[in-house]
Ligand binder design. Structure first.
Ligand code: APR
Ligand code: PHB
Length: 389
C-alpha cells in the first residue's frame, strides 16, 4: 500500500490531522491499535479553546459542536469555600466551548467515513522504518497478516504509550517530566450540572472540579493520592468528599445519582524534544502530557496537528520544506507555555503532601491576587482560553 502521510493513532490528534490533510487533497492512512468502539468508549477532557473550535470548523466537522456544545464565558474558582467568577468575555473578549473529546472524536470519525479515507482499526504490532531517509515505511499486522505502507511522512499521533516516540533512537530525544503525587478520581453522572460554569475548587482536603458534558450530564473530580484504588470510592463516598471541598451553596445544590463511569487519572507533566526526526513527526500526547487542571491536553493536540497540516500542505502545495523544518520549534514554543500554565494551575489548586503552612499561604495569596487584580485575572483568562496559535 502507498499513501502520502501515514498517521499512527486515531485519537483526536490523528483524526483531525487526517481531516485537515484530506481537505487539502493529501492522501492519508490511519493505523489504530484499538477498535473504533474502544476509542469512543474513553472518557476524556471536555473544554475547547476558540482556536480548537476554529480547527474543527476548518476540517468541516464543526456543525454538531456548534449545535450541541455549550459556550462558556468564564469559570469559577473556589478557595476554601470562597468563590470568585472569572469572566473571560469581559476580561479579554474570548470564550471556551464545552464539548466532550468523545464527541469530537465521533464527529471526526464520521467525516472520515464519509470521505472514504482509509482507517485501519485493530492494527497490531505497528512498527516504523526508514524515517531517517526519503522512503519511510510502516508495517503492521491485520487479521494475522503482515502488511506494509510506503509513505512520504509518518505522523506519530499515538499517545503517551505509543510506538512512535519509542521508535526514535534514545540519544536523539530529550525528555522533561514531572510526576505529581496525586491523581484525579472522576465520575460521569446523568444529572444536570450543579452550575452553569466550571468550578475549580481548592481545599485543604484536596482539589475538586465540577464540570459537565451537556445540560443533563455532569463530570466531577476529586484529588486522590497516587495509587488509590477506584474500588475504595463507592459513589456515596465520592459525593460526601466532593461536598466537603466546595462552597456550601454548591454542596447544597449538587444533583447526585449513580455514576455511569468512574476512573482515576494520574497527573503528569511531560515534554519530548524535538518533535521531528527526519520524516517522522510527533504530535499530541505522543509528544507531551499536561496535568488536566488547565484543560490543555486536547487543545494542544489539536493545535499541534493544525501546524503539522499547514506544514505538510506547504510541502505538497508549494513544494517548500520551510513549514516542515519549523514544525518542532514552532509547536514546542506554545507547548511549553501551556505546560507552564497547567503546572501553575496544578500547584495553586491542589494540596501537596509536603505543603507547609507557608506554602498554603502562598496558594491563598495567588488566589487573592487573581481576585483583586484585573491584570492577574486577564492573564488567567488569556491562558485558559488559549494563547494565539
Ligand atoms: N499503534 C497504533 N495506534 C496506537 C498505538 C500503536 N502502537 N499506541 C497507541 N495507539 C492509539 C491509541 O489507541 C489511541 O487511540 O493512538 C491513539 C492516541 O490517542 P490519544 O491518546 O487520544 O492521543 P491524542 O490524539 O494525542 O489526543 C490527546 O487525549 O489523553 C487525552 O488529554 C489528552 O485530550 C488529550 C488527547
Ligand atoms: C472535564 O470536563 O473533564 C474537564 C474540564 C476541565 C478540566 C479538566 C477536565 O480542566
Amino acid at each position: 500500500m502507498r499513501t502520502q502521510v501515514a498517521i499512527i493513532g486515531a485519537g483526536p490528534a490523528g483524526l483531525l490531522l487526517g481531516g485537515l490533510l484530506e481537505k487539502e487533497g493529501i492522501d492519508t492512512v490511519i493505523l489504530e491499535r484499538r477498535s473504533q468502539d474502544y476509542v469512543l468508549g474513553r472518557i476524556r477532557a471536555g473544554v475547547l479553546e476558540q482556536g480548537s473550535v476554529g480547527l474543527l470548523d476548518k476540517a468541516g466537522v464543526g456543525a454538531r459542536m456548534h449545535a450541541e456544545g455549550l459556550v462558556h464565558d468564564g469559570v469559577e474558582f473556589c478557595f476554601d469555600g470562597d468563590k470568585h467568577r472569572f469572566d473571560f468575555r469581559k476580561l479579554i473578549g474570548r470564550t471556551v466551548m464545552v464539548y466532550g473529546q468523545t464527541e469530537v472524536t465521533r464527529d471526526l470519525m464520521h467525516a472520515r467515513e464519509l470521505s472514504g479515507a482509509k482507517t485501519i482499526y485493530e492494527a497490531d504490532n505497528v512498527s516504523l522504518h526508514g524515517f531517517d531517509g526519503d522512503h519511510p515505511t510502516v508495517r503492521y499486522v491485520k487479521d494475522g497478516i503482515e502488511q506494509e505502507i510506503v509513505c512520504d511522512y509518518i505522523a506519530g499521533c499515538d499517545g503517551y504509550h505509543g510506538v512512535s516516540r519509542a521508535s526514535v533512537p534514545a540519544d536523539a530525544l530529550q525528555t522533561f517530566e514531572r510526576i505529581y503525587p496525586f491523581g484525579w478520581l472522576g465520575i460521569l453522572v446523568d444529572r444536570p450540572p450543579v452550575s452553569d460554569e466550571l468550578i475549580y475548587a481548592h481545599h485543604a482536603r484536596g482539589f475538586a472540579l465540577c464540570s459537565m458534558r451537556s445540560p443533563t450530564r455532569s463530570r466531577y473530580y476529586v484529588q486522590v493520592p497516587a495509587n488509590e484504588a477506584v474500588e475504595a470510592w463507592p459513589d456515596d463516598r465520592f459525593w460526601d468528599e466532593l461536598r466537603r471541598r466546595v462552597d456550601p451553596e454548591t454542596a447544597g445544590n449538587l444533583s447526585t445519582g449513580p455514576s455511569i463511569e468512574k476512573s482515576i487519572a494520574p497527573l503528569r507533566s511531560f515534554v519530548a524534544e524535538p518533535l521531528r526526526f527526519g520524516r517522522l513527526f510527533l504530535a499530541g500526547d505522543a509528544a507531551h502530557i499536561v496535568p488536566p487542571t488547565g484543560a490543555k491536553g486536547l487543545n494542544l493536540a489539536l493545535n499541534d496537528v493544525g501546524c503539522l497540516a499547514d506544514a505538510l500542505g506547504e510541502f505538497y502545495g508549494e513544494k517548500s520544506e520551510a513549514g516542515v523544518n519549523h514544525y518542532s520549534e514552532r509547536v514546542l514554543k506554545r507547548v511549553w507555555k501551556a505546560e507552564r500554565f497547567s503546572w501553575w494551575m496544578t500547584s495553586i489548586l491542589h494540596t501537596f503532601p509536603d505543603t507547609d503552612p507557608f506554602g498554603r499561604r502562598m496558594q491563598r495569596a495567588e488566589f487573592d491576587y487573581l481576585v483583586g487584580s484585573e491584570i492577574g485575572a486577564r492573564s488567567l483568562a488569556e491562558n485558559y482560553t488559549g494563547l494565539p496559535l
